[in-house]
Write a protein that binds this ligand. Structure first.
Ligand SMILES: *Cc1c(COP(=O)(O)O)cnc(C)c1O
Length: 293
């Protein structure tokens, strides 16, 4: 387990730099804005990036099924994004890739629920979403995938150098690392990840139920792959968006504006958002609909 800098965005490069070894191809699932960025970066290092699933036709509101995945003949690894943060699409299963290492960008999923780490070759996550502090990147690498970095690349991009130096090859992001430790202790005090998962599931389910139960709000994502963490929704009348955001903010319900690429609203309900915060949002939404619906 490495505690690095550079964000998930640096891992978009570090993954191919470390995992390609003597191969030249990798497989990517293209399911949203973040996997798109991962693909773009991988193209700098891989001779061929095989897009083995592409949900852009649905405007990234669906996830491919296992049966849709056609692995290429000799990829170094398979990369996917279990939770696409912007549209709020989440895989309900872990892709089966046989002997091929599976790489996951868990920036917006890590710590939301238990994860079977043994299924993965590499898991990486910017800490700023579900762990909390910005400036720290957690990377979990299977032992046999360490030590095969391309030597022409910067030392700072070599998993082995970080692993050999216990993530202190250079000055680590000490304060963010310390804060993450406090969050891990907090998570254990809550009952660990099974307890956090229960709360997160409940938070998401009640918010989706409120959206689906109204004729005023809607969520575009296929119900089979809705995110627990990021819940986008739109109003029946987009002219009310500004009033919704303004009045929500007046109720201390902040940062609800959707990502600029999709518009509407988005409630990111990471671990730091207590269930009472979701309840308050639902209460406000019901009231706003009564006044404007
Ligand atoms: C936020 C996010 C990123 C970008 O993370 P940085 O640490 O800012 O580079 C990458 N992937 C996903 C899934 C994200 O949610």
């Amino acid at each position: 387990v490495l505690f690095l800098q550079g964000g998930a965005s640096s891992q978009f490069a570090m993954v191919p730099i470390n995992l390609l070894d003597d191969k030249s191809e990798a497989d990517y699932l293209l399911t949203g804005q973040w996997s798109k960025k991962a693909v773009a970066e991988a193209k700098r290092y891989c001779k061929v990036v095989n897009i083995i699933a592409d949900t852009s036709d649905s405007k990234f509101t669906t996830a491919p099924s296992q049966a849709d995945l056609a692995l290429s003949s000799d990829p170094a690894y398979v990369h996917y994004t279990p939770n696409e943060t912007i549209v709020g699409v989440e895989f309900a299963y872990i892709p089966e890739t046989g002997e091929i290492p599976l790489v996951a960008d868990m920036s917006s999923t890590i710590l939301s629920r238990p994860v079977d780490v043994s299924r993965y070759g590499v898991i990486y996550a910017g800490a700023q979403k579900n762990i909390g502090p910005a400036g720290l990147t957690v990377v979990i690498v299977r032992d046999d995938l360490i030590g095969t970095a391309n030597e022409n690349m910067p030392a700072m991009f070599d998993y082995k150098i970080h692993a050999d130096n216990e993530s202190m090859y250079n000055t680590p992001p000490t304060y963010a690392w310390y804060l993450a430790g406090l969050v891990f202790e907090w998570a254990l005090e809550q009952g660990g990840l099974p307890a956090l998962a229960e709360t997160n599931k409940r938070k998401a389910e009640k918010l989706y139920a409120a959206i689906d139960g109204s004729g005023f709000y809607s969520n575009p994502v296929d119900v089979s792959c809705r995110s627990w963490m990021n819940v986008p929704f739109i109003l029946a009348n987009a002219d009310l968006d500004a009033a919704f955001l303004e009045q929500a903010a007046a109720h201390n319900l902040k940062a609800l504006k959707g990502h600029r690429s999709v518009g509407g609203m988005r409630a990111s309900i990471y671990n730091a958002m207590p269930e009472a915060g979701v309840d308050a949002l639902i209460e406000f939404m019901v009231d706003f609909e009564k006044r404007n619906g």
